[in-house]
Design a protein around this ligand. Structure first.
Ligand SMILES: [Zn+2]
Length: 294
């Protein structure tokens, strides 16, 4: 079937001219990307505008579609059917996991991780661009496996509490080093980084459909997550600082402070959940269509 061409220096591997109808004869064109710029004739997959001379990060001047979507010639439709079915299955599990995440946070995380695991399997016999590979592997090991680690931590804590280990647990948390709390926070922070990598990698898959709207949605989702993390960090950091400086009326024991913080977190988490669900549901539909296509 298809042969693997070794990467040429200065040329992005895995991104080859798409087979497009019209005046440009496919095959005769060399790889059109040099140093992040289109250097040969390449038609926009949406409107067939010639994207030559444009930067890979630019958008089509005619229809606004991302240039990289047209530049990615390795469309998912030409990938092996069993691998495409794996992607579709992964997207299905990811969507189910996100649905479950409110109110069943940890079962939801576990199911989502299974989805990420399926979504990040390497495509057989494909010369994958180095950056795409880094995001795929980060998503797989940090997002997929990291999620499983925090579920184990949660389960461990639950078992410790249920088996009458409350006193031991409290001793561990409050009298010595707060090992569990630190581990808990670090594991969650690392996992969120894995998720940010996931949204970046799933954008690559969307570009390969090619589906510009879905790719743009994943970029927006990534930004939403970054903003949410920043806002939560600033609010919690400020509250912690005010409590330490005794500037908060009622101090750390004030029920109003706890209520306000819970409400703010609830609003942020719910908005993030709605945004994520919308994008992963769309992705599941798109990848299902790609899998069913031939
Ligand atoms: Zn266009």
């Amino acid at each position: 079937m298809s042969s693997i061409t070794p990467p040429t220096p200065g040329v992005t591997p895995g991104i080859t001219p798409g087979i497009t109808p019209g005046s440009i004869t496919p095959g005769a064109t060399p790889n059109p990307i040099t140093d992040g710029r289109i250097t040969a004739d390449l038609l926009c997959v949406e409107c067939e505008y010639n994207l030559r001379t444009l930067a890979l990060s630019a958008t089509c001047p005619e229809c606004g579609m991302d240039v990289i979507v047209s530049a990615r010639g390795d469309h998912l439709a030409s990938a092996p059917a069993h691998w495409r079915h794996g992607l579709s299955r992964g997207a299905w599990w990811l969507r189910l996991g996100v649905i479950l995440a409110i109110p069943f946070v940890y079962p939801g995380i576990l199911v989502s991780c299974l989805g990420l695991w399926f979504l990040t399997r390497a495509q057989p016999h494909r010369d994958e661009p180095a950056l795409d590979r880094s995001f795929r592997l980060t998503t797989r090991w940090v997002g997929g496996l990291g999620g499983a680690v925090i579920v184990c931590l949660a389960l461990g804590a639950l078992i410790a509490l249920a088996s009458g280990g409350q006193r031991l647990f409290d001793d561990w948390r409050y009298n010595g080093l707060p090992i569990f709390d630190v581990l808990w926070l670090v594991a969650h922070a690392v996992w969120v980084l894995g998720l940010l990598s996931a949204w970046r990698y799933l954008r690559v898959l969307a570009q390969r459909v090619p589906d510009n709207d879905l790719a743009t949605s994943f970029r927006g989702l990534g930004r939403c997550w970054v903003w949410a993390v920043l806002i939560v960090a600033v609010i919690n950091g400020t509250t912690f600082g005010l409590i330490q400086l005794n500037l908060l009326p009622g101090g750390s024991t004030s029920p109003w402070v706890a209520l306000a913080l819970s409400l703010i977190h609830m609003v942020i988490l719910t908005s993030l959940w709605v945004a994520t669900l919308r994008v992963v549901a769309r992705q599941a539909a798109v990848l299902r269509a790609v899998a069913d296509d031939g």
